[in-house]
Design a protein around this ligand. Structure first.
Ligand SMILES: [Zn+2]
Length: 342
């Protein structure tokens, strides 16, 4: 098959469109003919190399896949050849205490398609049967591939971790990112008031169109001052963080008494300071979040199929231009998802 393969870590030019062996499936696996694969920041980290994470080389990246079932293993019973499918990105062991409790994002063996195992930037990808999600027929392949990772992550952060309540105020950083554009929709769906930040007025208008109630341009305005103004000095109940060092101080200072800061990433760096006086006296909570459960993803897909949640596709590249797509994602100029079509 043809695939995007890298032999070494580095800049986007390590990504080569070349021949790779067809994946072989085990009894509980499916082989998916990939139609679209959406990019995530994880793809950039995996390509650059992560200290202490020995990613097997050569490697095929890509976590968010839509396509058609090309082949099924001997024990597969719930999907058939030719069926359209979206894949859950997280591959877990399915057998440990966390997995049988439905907490597959706590599985110690869990990884993503395209992370420690080969992913979807290819004509074919192998995945466990249990990762097959019902295809939302109202979406194109490119739209469908834009859903799983970011919506699952945002859902788990806001609902499972921060326990968002109707009527609460949420500060969503980086509204132009895939995870930010998903978070706005989820927070509004659950009845929150949304304050969204972005670096351009054009992105802020798109955030408003998605339902954001208040907008902050973080290039021209100070986030904590605007939050104070919008909330009459109270602060927000929940801060949705994924930016890291660049926004951490403003995020922390924007919390109301009893507020929760939930984070799933650190695209600008992982160094952060916490003033313990504010942490205890305001009874704040700092929450980490990683991916989400398959059960949560099934809930997301039902709401996508009914049109309640919409994938935000910024730009589509052909698979052969994967390196250009990485460069574009790295530039940070997108609103929503960057998708490869196969
Ligand atoms: Zn497990």
């Amino acid at each position: 098959m043809k695939a995007i393969v890298f032999q070494q870590h580095g800049a986007p030019d390590v990504l080569k469109y070349t021949d790779a062996p067809d994946p072989t499936i085990r009894p509980n696996d499916v082989l998916v003919r990939v139609k679209a694969c959406a990019l995530n920041h994880l793809d950039l980290w995996v390509r650059r190399g992560i200290p202490g994470v020995p990613i097997p080389l050569p490697h095929i990246p890509g976590s968010d896949v839509s396509g058609e079932i090309a082949q099924i293993g001997a024990d597969v019973t719930t999907v058939r050849v030719g069926q359209k499918v979206v894949l859950a990105p997280l591959v877990s062991c399915g057998k440990c205490a966390a997995c049988v409790a439905g907490l597959d994002n706590h599985c110690r063996q869990a990884t993503n398609l395209g992370y420690m195992i080969d992913g979807g930037c290819a004509e074919f990808v192998r995945a466990p049967e249990v990762n097959c999600l019902p295809y939302p027929e109202n979406l194109s392949f490119e739209e469908a591939a834009s859903i799983p990772l970011v919506f699952q992550t945002a859902w788990h952060m806001l609902l499972a971790r921060a326990e968002l309540q109707p009527g609460e105020d949420v500060l969503i950083l980086g509204a132009g990112s895939g995870v930010g554009s998903a978070a706005i929709q989820i927070a509004k769906f659950f009845g929150a008031r949304v304050v969204a930040t972005a670096g351009t007025d054009e992105k802020l208008q798109k955030a408003k169109h998605l339902g954001a109630d208040h907008l902050i341009n973080h290039k021209t305005q100070k986030i904590r001052d605007e939050v104070r103004r919008i909330t009459s000095k109270r602060g927000v109940d929940v801060v949705f963080e994924h930016v890291g060092t660049a926004t951490w101080d403003d995020s922390f200072a924007s919390l109301a008494p009893g507020g929760r800061l939930v984070t799933c990433g650190a695209t600008t760096g992982y160094d952060a300071k916490v003033d313990l006086r504010f942490l205890f006296s305001r009874q704040l909570s700092l929450l980490g979040s990683y991916m989400g459960t398959k059960s949560e993803l099934h809930s997301v897909m039902r709401l996508v199929a009914s049109g309640r949640f919409k994938p935000i596709v910024d730009r589509i590249f052909p698979l052969t231009a994967c390196a250009d797509a990485h460069g574009y994602l790295e530039s940070g100029s997108q609103f929503g998802k960057v998708v490869l079509t196969v």
